[in-house]
Design a protein around this ligand. Structure first.
Ligand code: AHR
Length: 500
């Protein structure tokens, strides 16, 4: 199959915010306990944090990590996680029907984030709690000293404030499953009042208000309109979430789902414009896509298991094992964010360790990279700079999610600091190689490098015994040509091509 692509270094979508490669860690299953924290593990540091996991997170170069939830945050008392560990209460977590020992709280997470080279994106509980507890939390984390909460922080061992910039006003408050679920009107009012208080306390914070949990919610898209009308002057981002499934095991349909993601982003961008016009505002609100990933491999089994269990501590939960097909999907999802990087400024892969995650651990044993680690890492490391507006001509197919889905999903990012053009390309076709002629305009190319991820078996996984089964290798399908380059992209493949 032939394709023609034009990349002009002057045709830009936007300068990508590095927080497009954010991540998420929830008190859920083994994300925290035996994920990042496992005192007694041979790799544990003095604080009980696993160094092998820190190393894998550092290599991902994820600039922000959202914490502590997720559904968990909607019944969480942040004060349970401060002070001497022996005095911290064990609590029943209503979101996942587990027992939370509170051995990791804000101090431990902040220290871990620093070691892992990431900044905190914190969420306040607007489910079971409200404005007052939220403002106490922000005061504890960000106020320098001389107040009840900031002095308590110093007494608990941290004199300097952490100065966390990014705060989520609750989580998925449109979802009936959420503890303290609210109507759009109720939530909009509470979020606005909380935002005013938090800004009063610290005018430098950036605030994220809840949009829809996914675009199939019955309240979508009216939820966004109502919530934004109530909060537009006080918030900086509206949060969206989406998870991808392939229960039917139909690869072409599965890989067409990012078209639905693209529509979701476009619709919410339109609602933001509508509310901006309606409120006669000069401010710009952007999208924080702070939960996204593939989530279906264990989902139904987990729901069944949860119904039967008796408040276990750190059980195996949402431990999806990803395959090679998911590499293609994650590549297409990230490409969608890159193409929409003018409006999607923040995105967080959900999640980071053990729970629907790129990194897995064995309690007492090793840590390894799942298949999806690789497309995320390659984009996070090399997808920084200016997203380009590419012209792409390639045959298409019709799918349930959308018509005219391109067989080739490709994005280009220009990094003017390093003088590099990086392309991320996924061949969605299962039997045809895509031969692409790529014109490079306003760019003098001298050298080219091809990295490819491919496997004959779409179901191939990485396991602790075969951790490198699906991983990137040097490719030979990219060459410089007269006015640009040629690409030969094998069926069902993920490629990164770097031109300098
Ligand atoms: O990431 C898993 C869960 O998915 C989160 O807790 C919740 O916000 C979403 O529904």
């Amino acid at each position: 199959m032939k394709a023609r692509v034009t990349a002009n270094a002057a045709y830009a979508v936007a300068d990508i915010d590095k927080r497009l490669y954010g991540s998420f860690l929830e008190h859920l299953g083994r994300a925290v306990y035996t994920g990042i924290y496992e005192p007694g593990h041979p790799q544990a540091d003095a604080e009980g944090m696993r160094k092998d996991v820190i190393e894998l997170v550092r290599a991902l170069d994820t600039p922000i990590c959202r914490y502590p939830g997720g559904n968990f945050v909607s019944a969480y008392n942040w004060e349970d996680g401060i002070g001497p560990k022996e005095n911290r209460p064990r609590r029943l977590d209503l979101a996942w029907r587990t027992t939370e020992p509170n051995l990791v709280g804000i101090h431990e997470f902040a220290d871990w984030a620093e070691k892992a080279g990431t900044e905190m994106m914190l969420a306040v509980n607007l489910g079971s709690r409200g404005l007052d507890e939220a403002r106490a939390f922000v005061e504890y984390v960000n106020h320098p000293s001389g107040s009840y909460w900031s002095d308590l922080r110093a007494k608990n061992g941290r004199a300097q404030p952490w100065n966390c910039r990014l705060w989520c006003l609750g989580n998925e408050m449109d979802g009936p499953w959420q503890v303290g679920h609210k109507s759009a009107g109720e939530y909009g009012h509470l979020a606005n009042e909380t935002a005013k208080a938090l800004r009063g306390l610290d005018p430098t914070v950036e605030l994220v208000v809840c949009g829809s949990s996914h675009s199939n919610m019955p309240t979508y898209p009216q939820w966004e309109a109502t919530v934004l009308e109530a909060t537009y002057e006080q918030v900086d981002y509206i949060s969206l979430h989406m998870y991808f499934e392939n229960y039917e095991k139909n690869t072409a349909e599965y890989l067409a789902l990012p078209a639905k993601l693209d529509r979701y982003i476009g619709t919410v961008a339109g609602i933001i414009d509508y509310v901006k016009a309606k409120t006669r505002s000069k401010r710009d609100v952007k999208i924080s896509f702070d939960e996204w990933n593939v989530w279906y491999h264990q989902r139904k089994r987990d729901a069944e298991r949860m119904r039967g269990w008796d408040w276990p501590e750190a059980p195996r939960l949402l431990e999806d094992i990803y395959n090679f097909e998911d590499v293609l999907q994650v590549g297409c999802i990230i490409n969608t964010f890159i193409r929409r990087s003018d409006i999607v400024r923040i995105a967080c892969i959900a999640q980071l360790v053990n729970v629907i995650a790129p990194i897995m651990t064995d309690p007492g044993g090793s840590a390894w990279r799942q298949t999806i680690y690789w497309p995320f890492m390659l984009a996070s490391k090399h997808g920084r700079g200016t997203a380009l507006q590419l012209a792409v001509e390639v045959p298409t197919y019709d799918a349930a999610a959308a018509d005219k889905v391109l067989w080739l999903d490709i994005t280009g990012v220009h990094n003017s600091n390093t003088g590099t053009l990086t392309f991320f390309a996924i061949n969605r076709h299962g039997s045809e190689t895509i031969e692409a002629d790529v014109a490079l305009e306003r760019f003098a190319a001298k050298s080219i490098e091809h990295t490819i991820i491919r496997h004959d078996d779409l179901e191939a996984c990485n396991t602790k015994d075969a951790p490198d089964n699906v991983s990137p290798v040097k490719g030979n399908g990219a060459a410089l040509s007269g006015k640009g380059m040629t690409l030969s992209l094998p069926p069902h493949s993920y490629s990164m091509v770097r031109v300098t």
